[in-house]
Design a binder for this molecule. Sequence first.
Ligand SMILES: C[S@@+](CC[C@H](N)C(=O)[O-])C[C@H]1O[C@@H](n2cnc3c(N)ncnc32)[C@H](O)[C@@H]1O
Length: 454
Amino acid sequence: MANRETMLLPLDDPQSDAKAGNGARSDFRDLAFSSNRGEPVHRWVPWIAGYSRQFVASAIDMHMDGPGAVLDPFAGVGTTLVEADRKGHESVGFEINPYAAFAARTKLAAHLVDTERLRDAIDAFERFAEDAERRGREPRATPPAGFSTRAAFYSPDVQWKVLTAHDFIAELSDYLVADFFRLAFASTMVTYSNYSYEPSLGRKATAGRPDVDDYPVFAELAEKLTEMAADADFWKKNRSNRQERRSKIYGVSFFEFYKEVEQGSVDLLITSPPYLNNYHYNRNTRPHLYWLGFCNSPKDFKKLEQRNFGTYWQTARDMDPVSLDPAIANAEINSLIYDLRAVNPEKRIYGGQGWANYAALYFNDCLRFAEGMKWCLRSGATALIVIGNSILQGIPVPTDRFLAEIAERAGMEAVDIHTPRDARVGNSIVNSSVRVGKANGSRLYESVVELRRP
Ligand SMILES: C[S@@+](CC[C@H](N)C(=O)[O-])C[C@H]1O[C@@H](n2cnc3c(N)ncnc32)[C@H](O)[C@@H]1O
């Protein structure tokens, strides 16, 4: 059997946290999600737009005195929720992308899975796969009907293994063990496909890399699952038991907050909403959404796109000119929208007009987000929002400052804007059309906007 049971160190070791952070420009630990790669449970799923466990841990240490409730309105794969839950807080999240919500939910169940059963299932899977290979077994599972790609997503030999693994998963009776298998598949599925993240999902061939004609899919899955089992055991020992709690994630838009969150019930909000960089969460998770059965046709994607924070440029560009919500009443943001609309008007929706619509919808959603924060937080509670700036059609946009100003309009108090990392690296924005043109030497950076509920 594959073996990846590594030595795991206690997570609250101040030395290991200090090593992960840069600490130079603020008290917050390094934001980069990449440092989650070595962290139990957090390492289960790669996510391009996430932040680090250490950032969440330091934020909680700075702002929570005792057990309480932590909210992440844009939870992604659950970095905030998992870390807050581990440290003994009740965590509540919203995540509109069903794959990310599934990943976060499964990670939150790390302490609940029966690891003995999980290990038995991994052994059984390896025997099943060996037998299927020997007999050349015909899989019963079929690729998702609605999922089409320009080139074959999987080469035939790889696809046979993927479908064989699906046949095994379909027969698992323990629903949590089955979810662990599904997550192990989803988190590795692009590796053995003919696609990769560059940083958006594209053909490996376009990036000058060969197709994957064959791959040890069964061994990869067994290795991933063995690591997950080891992490789950570690979690059972390291998850604080200082308060009874049921952490949860709602697979709906945060804009439904008033239905799910009791007013004034949250002690700390930590989040990172989509940036104003048009990173397309839904397109980039299409393989996961189809193969896990969360989406069956393009219609399902339309709904997700429309409900996404700020929507996407592709959705916004076709609309009639979108105005800023009058409650934002901010001359600088108004003139940004005006200036954007005036860039390359002859290109119509592909020029400034489309981007002006996208930015206006984005800032209108910042207002709704701020109203939601005000509703959920108790008086005196803090909100920490990780956000990057943007350069739209060559015009620099200080999204962090604009968000703070909009939040003040909604009745929040702007406390500070911290800059833990002043250059964004490896981010989705590189190569995106958001960066068209030069912007007076402006650079991309990421900030933590600190707000307080009066
Ligand atoms: C920057 S990512 C958050 C990553 C997260 N901090 C982590 O470490 O995994 C932003 C997330 O917001 C989600 N999102 C977008 N619109 C949303 C909405 N209206 N309600 C809830 N989630 C939304 C996206 O699907 C995406 O996963």
